[in-house]
Design a protein around this ligand. Structure first.
Ligand code: GLN
Length: 315
């Protein structure tokens, strides 16, 4: 006789069914040629909770390009290396502009608003890179992510990185502009080579949910950053993790989250769970369209929201 499914598993299965029935995927990120051919019909969701097996549904074992979700891990490394000195180079305010915007950077003299827009992430990577090589920096990043996920197989897809090196003119523009304000310490090619490889980390939804456990906190999660830093990283994910769609994500989902143009989203229920969702099609903010809708359904059904009134353990 089949064992009864736990309610949370049922919720995941239903959300996946609903996403699979939709054809309003949004548009895959074709400005990175290597990502242009990804099948937009794929969908996966995974929930990792301390002390529980990770629950998954959909294409949860298909690796995808985590892209800007990598900025969370690089920020954790940068805070470990520089502590509060990082804030002399990058701010912590939402930008209200698209992830690759140049606009505020000129007005604000090369001081990016936050570490999650591209300009701020490039500065963050540059800070970690200072005094070491791209190979060492990417090695530290992979070690961090593998330790967080408890999975040694996580790797970088060099083809995706090369594809961005060949076409990432906007990021080159941002890096050179930062350099003109002395807010880039390494040669732009070196920092960007590192940044593009960091964005090209590939993970499955299951691996990404597990990798987010270090931001859930508590005694049964990997202790890679302090509790105080966990709170700060989550705060930045809430206010800036979805760029100019951050307010909308907070309103609809109510959790800290970080998106990437590969269609992945990592969201944290503090003290409770790490959730990863993946659907490659993007909305007009450049965030996963069906992924955001799935997160909204999940938090509506579980009551998971940092805005209360009751934070349940769910399922
Ligand atoms: N590598 C991508 C870029 O720099 C990351 C952007 C994203 O995921 N929002 O354009």
């Amino acid at each position: 006789m089949a064992k009864a499914q736990p309610p949370l598993q049922l919720v995941l299965d239903e959300i996946t069914e609903c996403a699979r029935a939709s054809e309003a995927f949004g548009k895959v990120a074709d400005y990175i040629p290597e990502l242009a051919g990804v099948n937009p019909g794929q969908f996966a969701i995974a929930i990792a909770r301390p002390g529980h097996p990770t629950l998954v549904a959909g294409d949860s074992d298909v690796p995808f390009s985590i892209q800007s979700v990598s900025k969370v891990f690089m920020l954790a490394l940068a805070l470990g290396k520089l502590g509060d000195q990082l804030w002399s180079r990058v701010g912590r305010e939402p930008s209200g502009q698209s992830f690759d915007s140049m606009l505020l950077l000129e007005l604000e003299k090369g001081y990016p608003r936050n570490p999650f827009i591209n300009a701020g992430a490039i500065v963050t990577t540059d800070a970690v890179l200072q005094g070491s090589s791209p190979r060492e920096t990417l090695g530290s990043l992979l070690r961090f992510i593998r330790a967080a996920a408890g999975d040694e197989t996580i790797h970088i897809n060099d083809r995706v990185a090369q594809s961005e090196i060949a076409t990432g003119h906007r990021n080159f523009a941002l890096a050179h502009y930062l350099r003109s304000h002395d807010n880039l310490k390494n040669p732009p090619e070196l920092t960007l080579g590192t940044y593009f490889h960091q964005c090209a980390v590939e993970m499955t939804c299951t691996q990404l949910a597990n990798a987010g456990l270090f931001l859930v906190g508590g005694s049964r999660t990997p202790r890679l950053v302090s509790e105080a830093r966990i709170r700060r990283i989550n705060a930045l994910m809430m206010t800036c993790g979805h760029y100019d769609g951050s307010g909308d994500y907070a309103f609809r989902v109510g959790l800290p989250g970080k998106s990437g143009v590969g269609g992945g989203i990592l969201s944290i229920v503090p003290g409770v769970a790490s959730i990863a969702v993946w659907s490659p099609g993007l909305n007009h903010y450049g965030n996963s369209k069906l992924g955001t809708e799935a997160m909204e359904q999940l938090t509506t059904r579980t009551g998971w929201s940092v805005f209360g009134p009751h934070m349940t353990k769910g399922g």
